[in-house]
Design a protein around this ligand. Sequence first.
Ligand code: UDP
Ligand code: MG
Length: 319
Amino acid sequence: MLPKLIIVVPCYNEQEVLPITAPLFREKIMSLIEKGKISADSCVMFVNDGSSDETWNIISSLSQADSVYCGISLSRNRGHQNALLAGLMEAKSKCDITISIDCDGQDDIDAMDEMVDEYLNGCEIVYGVRSKRDTDTFFKRTTAQGYYKLLNKLGGEVVYNHADYRLISSRALYELEKFEEVNIFLRGMIPMIGFKSTCVSYERHERIAGKSHYPLTKMLALAFNGITSLSIKPIRIITGIGVIFAFLSLLLIVYVLISYFCGRVVPGWSSNLISVSLIGGIQLISLGVIGEYVGKIYLETKQRPKYIIEKRTSDNESE
Ligand code: UDP
Ligand code: MG
C-alpha cells in the first residue's frame, strides 16, 4: 500500500504568499501521486497560527474549492514551533508520513521527492538541510552557523543547517507526542526520538512574498530557548567559574594576611573595587542563567496546553 502524505504548513499573517505557494504544494502532491510514490488521498494541511489578516479565509476557501487542502486554526498566535507541533499532532493519526515546510516558498519543494524516497528506503525521519546560505545576510549566516556549533558543543544534538523542513513518519510522531515539555524546540527534540534517519540537501531561496516574522529579538529568543531547553551545561560552566574564583580569592586572602603581618598595609582601594565589581558582575550573570532554568521549571510545572485548536476546515463540511 502506498503511504499517505500530509504536508504540514504553519501560517502566520501570510495572505500575500499563501495564494502563490498553495498551488505549488498541490502540484507537488499531484506529481508524487502520479509517480506512484504516495497514496491518492494525500493532502496539504495549513495551520493558521492566530493570524490577524485574511489567512484563515484563504485557507477556508482553498479547502472548499479543492479537497487536497485542509486546515486547522489555533485560538491565538502561539509561535512557529507550537503551530507546527499542532499541525503534526493533528496529522499523525490521519496519514503515514508528514512533511513540514514554511509557507513562504523559501524551502525547495522539489526536495520532497527525495525525502519520500528515503522514507520508502526505511527512514522514519528525513531532515532537509540547506546546501547554501547565499540568500541569507552575512550576519544571519555567520550567527546561525556559530549557533549550531555552540549548541552541539553544549550537548544539544541538532542537525547542522537544518531548519524545520523535514519528513517525519506517523510512527515517529507518536513517539514525539510523549515528550511532554512545554518549552519546545523541535530541531533539538526530534533527533532525540532516534529511529533510522537521514538528510537531504536543498537550496534555500528568497521569500516569495510577504515578510519574515523572525525579527532579531524573536531569533534571539528561539536561540536562547534552544540552548536552555537542550543543555544544562551553562549551569555547570557557571559552577566551574565559581570554583575558580573561590580558589583565587583564597589565594588573595593568604596574600592579604601575609601583607598584614609584614606591616605592608596599603590603602588598596582600587584593587578592592575591581574585585568587588568583577565578582559582583559574574554573580549577577550566574543568577540570571540559573533564573532562566528556574523559570523553565516554573513553566513546565504548570503544564499549560501548548496550543488550542479553535476550528478546522472539516467543520464547514459537516454543517
Ligand atoms: N510562523 C508561524 N507563527 C509565528 C511566526 C511564523 O506559524 O508566530 C510561520 C510563518 O508563517 C512561516 C514560518 O513560520 O510559514 C517561518 O516563518 P518566517 O518565514 O517568517 O521565518 P524565517 O524564514 O524568516 O526564519
Ligand atoms: Mg521564511
